[in-house]
Design a protein around this ligand. Sequence first.
Ligand SMILES: [Zn+2]
Length: 81
Amino acid sequence: MADPTATICPRCAHQSVDLVFSSPVPGVWDVLQCPQCLYMWRTSEPDRRTRRDAYPEPFRMTAEDIRNAPEVPAVPPLRTP
Ligand SMILES: [Zn+2]
């Protein structure tokens, strides 16, 4: 259904994405993933999740954003009762 080679990543605009899975009933939806930012989506989701031009501005990323992303914070120690 979706042509991964003709799809750009909605989140980071990477120029190619990977086909991860296709619907059990052929042609209904595909699951795609961006190899750059690891965003994953199903092609049947709304435009705001599947299209770069409709993806919410505050959540868009660039390759530079990804390079400069801070380390994921450590899990804090457990609270004592
Ligand atoms: Zn991406």
